[in-house]
Design a protein around this ligand. Structure first.
Ligand code: SF4
Ligand code: SF4
Length: 220
């Protein structure tokens, strides 16, 4: 989700890239799941997140919508996010207070307490200093912390998706109600409801769908 905030207030004022060391180590969150509580609708899921969660749970997107995921508006675009229960805890927390989908957890959870800041060139990471409640932190290389396979292609995907959603949001801001509805249905169908094959590289299919979506929406 995009937030308009004063970075000086919530970060250490530095920008990090994959090769940098950053003070985030928190003892594997042992005994703590503060970050998995009270997140509201902030853990917005991109198509790769949903693809991974469908794989690890064995459930399709529609089934997940009835259990762990909900839809909300992000700058006019309807996107899925992780759902909390009545105690405001993530519905993926298990009885021991651990993430039941840890190996396939969403991108936002993977980088936390890092956040992303986008500019014309791409994005950099920032350390959100008010998020983790554990006082002592060890230094970890950003790439290791993010723990994501094929990281360069993943970063390219994140950037492409971010730019695409920004452009769609711009179109929506000047469209009428029926058009907004059909654009949102189109995106949900193209990138979330229609499963991505598991025997073909995810990024390949995503890039093909993105190309088709841009052409359908007349986005350069
Ligand atoms: S998906 Fe896992 S890591 Fe992310 S908030 Fe839920 S329990 Fe926590
Ligand atoms: S507050 Fe810190 S230790 Fe607790 S779950 Fe979040 S990152 Fe882990």
């Amino acid at each position: 989700m995009n937030r308009e905030v004063d970075l000086k207030e919530i970060t250490d004022g530095k920008f990090y890239t994959l090769g940098d060391m950053v003070k985030v180590g928190c003892g594997d969150c042992n005994g703590c799941h503060v970050c998995c509580t009270g997140m509201g609708n902030s853990i917005v899921l991109d198509p790769l997140d949903v693809h991974r969660i469908c794989g690890v749970t064995g459930k399709d997107f529609e089934t997940l919508l009835s259990l762990h995921i909900e839809l909300n508006m992000v700058e006019g675009v309807i996107l899925p996010n992780i759902k909390s229960d009545e105690k405001e805890e993530c519905t993926f927390l298990n009885g021991e207070g651990r993430c039941s989908i840890h190996s396939e957890r969403p991108g936002i959870c993977r980088i936390f307490p890092l956040g992303r800041v986008y500019d014309d060139e791409g994005f950099k990471y920032v350390l959100q200093t008010k998020e983790c409640v554990r006082p002592i932190k060890t230094k970890v290389k950003v790439e290791r912390w993010i723990d994501t396979p094929d990281i360069k292609r993943n970063q390219m995907f994140i950037l492409e998706w971010h730019r695409f959603i920004k452009l769609v949001s711009g179109i929506i801001s000047t469209s009428d109600g029926d058009t907004i509805k059909s654009i949102n249905m189109f995106i949900l169908n193209m990138f979330y409801l229609t499963p991505f094959r598991r025997d073909v590289d995810f990024y390949e299919i995503f890039n093909e769908r993105l190309k088709n979506a841009k052409s359908a929406l007349d986005i350069a």
